[in-house]
Design a protein around this ligand. Structure first.
Ligand SMILES: [Zn+2]
Ligand SMILES: [Zn+2]
Length: 862
């Protein structure tokens, strides 16, 4: 049976059991707490939390991406980053009995898997499930394995819905196993393959840890299509199924290597085959490579695929050629891919080329460091890693070929520091469980204040009866005018007042059906059930609205001038400040920027009306509104239109007429990754402040240059010319000085067994200058060892040179510097003729020369 048929048979089977078949949701979940859709249930989380689903029984084939096991992908027969999860869901409808018997019916009746190779795992205390499998399905009791909470108990979070699971396992046979005597269900090897997981969500875990039965029990199941195809098609791994084989055959063609030729090649092929699917689907759903969030997940996967390609000898871009093949294989089930093919290919190609040239530039830089410095410092190794994507192992490998040392300890230290910084800057994630029964009525589109009742209070994430002065927590009311952060627009702030208390609202978030105000009590205390008066900070709201309507104007003007190819990739709406990311491959010149700005400001001065409508989604899209990725369907949506210029689905808050925006200034446009541009713009007061600051800066520059503001540029050009001639003068002087110093050093030399030893601590010069002096000394003394030092603050920097003739006698600069640096409590390394080191001047430099002389004597004797 082909994988295509398995997918279709599955959906048809559950349709015949009364399920509504829905298309796959986007890989970008409609849920700010989750980065990517990692399972079939993710799009339905809100139904599990109490929202009403379109049907009580639903079935889907859901695209998923997971990366925690990325290192294992390709090594094992079963791990993938991208996969399709076939699932059937019940929202308060059927429960264990039906879920179990239908899974059995599908596996043995439709997929015709041999019953004697199927095993069942259950949660150890779930007697009901055990009894269904044993008594009703007829599974021999010795093939039902009881597992603990870690393996077979599912929970959405520390509190909230949870329940036991039961898995169907396929025994691939001993030849797939690890061969260890204790290899059994649960072993980490490939033998016992989990094909289907049934989750029975029947409990709610209370704050106290107690489990209480849910009023509506849910079913959530998942079967990986790739694993199902693996067992049904009787092949050696998921990669040998018809889902991957065409990709692997293509890779064989372009690499001229055979799959299974050896282990390493098979592994490399598997990684690329998997990653190319993940990349195609992620970009197809609107993820753009970047350095944060899901964009970073994509970038990592893509770069990994490129590196594995390089290992296979593919040194120019190739991944973008795999994309059309992936789309061809998947387009029947995921027609959205075909529409985005050109875009996906373009993005992959650019990112791939960028990464390859980054790798090349890193390589050039490394070669440069090796030949110039003869030593790779921890700082340099880290820069190679950080800027050029060079793994430390690669740096060490290349350096070793040239017999050059790398300061790996220094690298590790910098790595640790950078991790620390990342940790410190990471935002605190909202982990609080969502109370499914809480509902807030939002009134903030039409009013900025109003009354409400406190229906929920928390302190340090725990529910409380009251909050006292000075305390922080979360507060939910039945009605609120406060806008929760969403769609890029930041949350409102303001105050909540009761008879007994005054409270500041610091942040506002929406979870489930409720709006959570993050608050701090300034006066008195607030209790559950209190009547309160909620008041949004009007100035802030107005500044947010100016920026939001400005964002819509920008979006439509970009599309109008640069083409419909402009795709929004993200946006931030702050007070009088906005950031807008979009996909666009061409350069945006200052001329284009100016004309964009012009047009937007024209719409502002025309003072156009901003209209809000509520429409069903289908109708809204038909009317030409721009919809973004990941919108829910079958619901009413808000459409914001600005005259005939812009029409967009949007839940944000806006000004009533464009004139309120005041002025729109593009502060900057720059690239934030392959084909992605970012516009930073200011409106209202911040735009004015910006213009004033720029003017002051120009005045200040004129003052420093002692010129008029109108003559800044000629004045700077004149200074540049003066600097140039000064630089030339310095160069000549240095040249002369180096000659003089060299002559003096030659005069002071010590001679030992035909070897001239020259050493001196010079003022604070650059290391390059020391080398120039050294070269001049060598011209006079063809058999010399030269040790020169310079001070850089506390640090002592050393250069050691050995003339070619002496290298033949066994004296190597790299070895000598290591010994000498030790004396100064430092380290060093390098090549035969030139090495560098450093340390601190804890003893006199003359002692360093003395030590050098001793080492040379030892070497010559040895
Ligand atoms: Zn095993
Ligand atoms: Zn909007």
């Amino acid at each position: 049976m082909k994988s295509k048929e398995i997918r279709e048979e599955f959906l048809r089977f559950f349709e015949s059991k009364g399920h509504l078949r829905l298309g796959s949701a986007s890989l970008i979940p409609d849920d700010p707490t989750v980065l990517l859709t990692i399972a079939g249930m993710v799009p339905f989380k809100r139904y599990f939390l109490g929202e009403t689903p379109p049907a009580r029984r639903i079935t889907t084939a859901q695209k998923c991406v997971r990366t925690p096991d990325i290192e294992r992908v390709g090594y094992t027969r079963r791990h993938l980053t991208f996969f399709e999860m076939l699932g059937n869901f019940s929202f308060g409808d059927y429960f264990k009995r039906e879920a179990i018997s239908w899974s059995w019916e599908f596996l043995t009746g439709i997929l015709k898997l041999p019953k004697e190779r199927l095993w069942i795992t259950v949660y150890k205390d779930d007697e009901e499930t055990i009894s269904i499998w044993e008594k009703e399905i007829g599974i021999p009791v010795d093939r039902i394995v009881r597992m603990g909470e870690e393996d077979n108990f599912w929970a959405m979070g520390p509190v909230g819905p949870c329940g036991p699971c039961s898995e169907v396992i396929f025994d691939l046979g001993p030849e797939f196993g690890c061969g260890k005597p204790d290899c059994r269900i649960g072993c980490d090897c490939d033998r016992y393959l989990e094909v289907w997981n049934l989750v029975f969500t029947e409990f709610n875990r209370e704050e106290s840890g107690e489990l209480s039965p849910l009023p509506r029990k849910n079913i959530d199941t998942g079967m990986g299509l790739e694993r199902a195809s693996f067992v049904v098609q009787g092949v050696g791994s998921v990669f040998e199924t018809d889902l991957f084989q065409p990709i692997i055959e293509y890779l064989e063609e372009i690499t001229d290597k055979r799959y299974k030729e050896d282990k390493e090649i098979t592994y490399n092929f598997n990684v690329i085959a998997d990653h190319s699917r993940a990349i195609t689907f992620l970009i197809g759903d609107g993820v753009i490579p970047s350095n944060e969030g899901r964009g970073y997940v994509l970038r990592r996967i893509l770069r990994r695929a490129v590196r594995y390609g390089v290992k296979l000898g593919l040194n120019s871009s190739f991944l973008y050629k795999v994309v059309p093949l992936v789309i061809f294989l998947m387009k029947d089930a995921y027609p959205e891919l075909e529409k985005e093919e050109e875009l996906i290919v373009n993005i992959v190609k650019r990112e791939e080329e960028n990464f390859l040239s980054t790798l090349q530039r890193g390589l050039d830089r490394l070669e440069d460091i090796i030949s110039k410095e003869g030593y790779v410092s921890g700082e340099e190794a880290f820069r190679l890693y950080d800027t050029y994507g060079f793994p430390l192992e690669l740096t060490v490998e290349i350096a070793r070929e040239k017999d050059v040392a790398v300061d790996t300890e220094g690298f590790n230290q910098m790595m640790e520091e950078s991790r620390e910084r990342a940790r410190a800057s990471r935002k605190k994630v909202f982990l609080t469980a969502t109370r499914e029964d809480l509902i807030t009525n939002f009134t903030g589109y039409s009013t900025l204040e109003g009354e409400g009742e406190v229906i929920y209070l928390t302190k340090e994430d725990n529910p409380v009866e009251e909050l006292n002065i000075g305390e922080q927590g979360e507060l939910v009311t039945d009605i609120t005018p406060f806008y929760a952060e969403s769609g890029g627009q930041l949350a409102d702030r303001g105050v909540i007042i009761s008879d007994n208390a005054r409270i500041n609202v610091i942040d506002v978030q929406k979870r489930g059906n409720a709006i959570y105000h993050k608050v701090e009590v300034i006066e008195g205390k607030i209790s559950l059930g209190d009547r309160v008066y909620l008041k949004v900070d009007r100035d802030r709201r107005n500044a947010l609205a100016r920026a939001h309507t400005g964002t819509h104007l920008l979006h439509s003007v970009l599309r109008k001038n640069l083409g419909e190819v402009v795709k929004q990739a993200g946006s931030l709406v702050d007070t009088d400040l906005l950031r807008f990311d979009f996909v666009y491959f061409e350069e945006i010149t200052p001329d284009i920027r100016n004309s964009l700005e012009h047009e937007i400001n024209r719409y502002i001065t025309e003072d156009l009306p901003v209209k809000v409508e509520e429409l069903p989604l289908e109708e809204a899209i038909k009317s030409g509104a721009i919809a973004l990725f990941g919108e829910k369907y079958g619901e009413n949506v808000r459409v914001i239109s600005i005259d005939l210029i812009s029409r967009e689905l949007c839940g944000g808050t806006h000004v009533k007429r464009t004139g309120e925006i005041g002025v729109f200034i593009i502060k900057d446009i720059y690239s934030i990754g392959t084909g992605t541009k970012r516009v930073e713009a200011l409106v209202g007061e911040k735009a004015l402040e910006f213009i004033q600051e720029e003017r002051s800066m120009i005045e200040e520059i004129a003052h420093i240059l002692k010129s008029n503001t109108g003559e800044i540029i000629p004045s700077i050009k004149k200074r540049e010319e003066e600097l140039d001639s000064l630089r030339k003068y310095i160069q000549k002087t240095e040249e002369l000085l180096a000659g003089l110093l060299a002559e003096r050093l030659v005069g002071d030399r010590i001679t030992l067994d035909g070897i001239d030893i020259v050493g001196s601590l010079l003022g604070d010069f650059s290391v390059e200058f020391l080398r120039t002096i050294g070269d001049k000394v060598k011209e006079h003394l063809p058999n010399s060892v030269i040790l020169l030092g310079t001070r850089d603050g506390e640090r002592l920097k050393l250069v050691l040179m050995v003339s070619k003739e002496l290298v033949k006698r066994g004296l190597k600069a790299g070895e000598l510097i290591k010994e000498v640096s030790k004396l100064f409590n430092g380290s060093g390394g390098g090549r035969e003729e030139l090495a560098q080191g450093g340390g601190k001047l804890i003893t006199s430099f003359d002692n360093g020369i003395k030590r050098l002389k001793e080492i040379i004597e030892e070497k010559l004797r040895g």
